[in-house]
Ligand binder design. Structure first.
Ligand code: SF4
Length: 218
């Protein structure tokens, strides 16, 4: 059984794949927070701005088999030229994503991207792995396509991840969990300046901003 909060067709807004059309498949549940506000203060990860609880979002649901979920995701891809791309996110997608589902996506022509907090082993077959470490949660993934670090996090500063074998290193300025997505969040503006300065001083790292929020898409 796979539980999906929501699924939707959009453009990837961040990182090295920014601007690419993708079906986002947001799996329910995370291993670093329950998703309930009453638990936020004691969670390992406490700045999350994503609702990943339940299966009641747009195109969400519970799917008995990998085939059923892959067929559902495929139905959201347009009938047009272009390589189909699915981004498995969450929540923490590696609580649910397995080789069977990756295979079912591949059978339908999808490249499979994953956005994970890196605390769980990744199954074989993923085409694009993005690791986004959170707080002091131990990262077990040792190699990935991109490391995307929300910045600044006092327990997860960039130096801690220099041993990870990544093709791309990105800093993503942290927003306030409760701020509206208008681009006027003063905390995010301040963090963007800090991330910019870090990238200027450490050119291995690149700044990524949440393009989807600027242009007003999901
Ligand atoms: S690890 Fe990701 S999904 Fe989980 S609580 Fe943190 S930001 Fe949210």
């Amino acid at each position: 059984m796979y539980k999906v909060k929501e699924a939707f067709y959009t453009l990837q807004g961040e990182g090295a794949q920014a601007g690419r059309a993708a079906v986002f498949c947001r799996f329910s549940k995370c291993n670093l927070w329950t998703g309930r506000e009453k638990d936020r203060a004691t969670a390992v990860c406490n700045f999350c701005d994503t609702d990943f609880v339940g299966t009641d979002g747009q195109n969400g649901g519970a799917f008995e088999t990998a085939e059923a979920l892959a067929t559902h995701i495929h139905s959201l891809w347009p009938d047009a030229p272009g390589a189909p791309y699915v981004v498995c996110t969450g929540g923490e997608p590696l609580l649910q994503l397995d080789e069977k589902l990756i295979g079912a996506f591949h059978q339908r022509g999808f490249e499979v991207g994953v956005e994970t907090n890196g605390t769980l082993p990744a199954p074989a077959g993923i085409d694009w792995l993005c690791v986004s470490p959170k707080a002091d949660a131990p990262v077990v993934v040792k190699a990935c396509d991109e490391l995307k670090l929300v910045y600044p996090q006092s327990k997860a500063m960039p130096e801690r991840f220099s041993h990870i074998n990544a093709r791309h290193f990105f800093l993503s300025p942290m927003a306030s969990p409760s701020a509206p997505d208008t681009g006027t969040d003063p905390i995010k503006q301040s963090n963007t300046r800090k991330a910019t300065n870090y990238c200027l001083a450490h050119p291995r790292w690149r700044l990524t901003i949440q393009m989807h929020k600027i242009i007003g898409i999901d």
